[in-house]
Design a protein around this ligand. Structure first.
Ligand code: CUA
Length: 187
């Protein structure tokens, strides 16, 4: 330490330099932590780059989320768009069918309160907010079933709000989608 006596001048200089580096390294850590915190808070508080809205009161009457348009639709580029709504206390469609190894876009909204949609075994986990369209992209590697619970408390029936995603192989899906209907696996 500088204040201590009995050290040679070079030791004092070394101690001073060491202290300076220690201060610098702490400053770098603080700066990095501040940058990470800023990035996280900024991302969490800013609206999405593209906000799409859907009026919950007319959801069933017209527009993208009318009942006949819910389910999986094959796009001209071969990708699949899934449209779904959440309401107290179910998803429509209750069973979503998608092909494996195909780009899938999930577009969903809520007809009443805030719900969540989580697809087990994937990183799909988003909120369904009335008035807004939640959009998520996914690609399911293999055929199989995934549970799709509501993960946002939405009322007394929340615990019973479950859906399912059934991933089928491409050929099976193609065979199912011969006409222009929206596909689901609701039985
Ligand atoms: Cu819907 Cu919890």
């Amino acid at each position: 330490m500088q204040s201590e006596h009995g050290h040679s001048p070079s030791a004092l200089i070394a101690a001073r330099i060491e202290k300076r580096w220690a201060t610098l390294s702490v400053a770098i850590i603080v700066l990095l932590a501040a940058m990470a915190a800023f990035a996280g808070i900024h991302q969490a508080t800013m609206p999405q780059a593209r906000v799409e809205t859907a009026d919950p009161s007319t959801l069933h009457l017209s527009g993208e989320f009318i009942e006949s348009n819910l389910g999986s639709a094959v796009e001209p580029d071969g990708s699949v768009t899934v449209r779904a709504i959440g309401q107290q206390y179910s998803f429509t469609p209750q069973c979503v069918v998608v092909p494996a190894d195909t780009p899938v876009t999930l577009r969903a909204t809520s007809a009443d309160v805030v719900h969540g949609i989580l697809i087990e075994g994937t990183n799909i986990n988003t909120m369904l907010v009335p008035g807004y369209v939640s959009v998520m992209n996914a690609r399911f590697k293999e055929p199989g079933d995934h549970l799709m619970p509501c993960q946002e408390f939405c009322g007394v029936g929340h615990e019973g709000m479950w859906g399912k995603v059934q991933v089928v192989d491409k050929d099976t899906f193609r065979a199912m989608s011969t006409d222009n209907r929206r596909l689901t696996c609701v039985k």
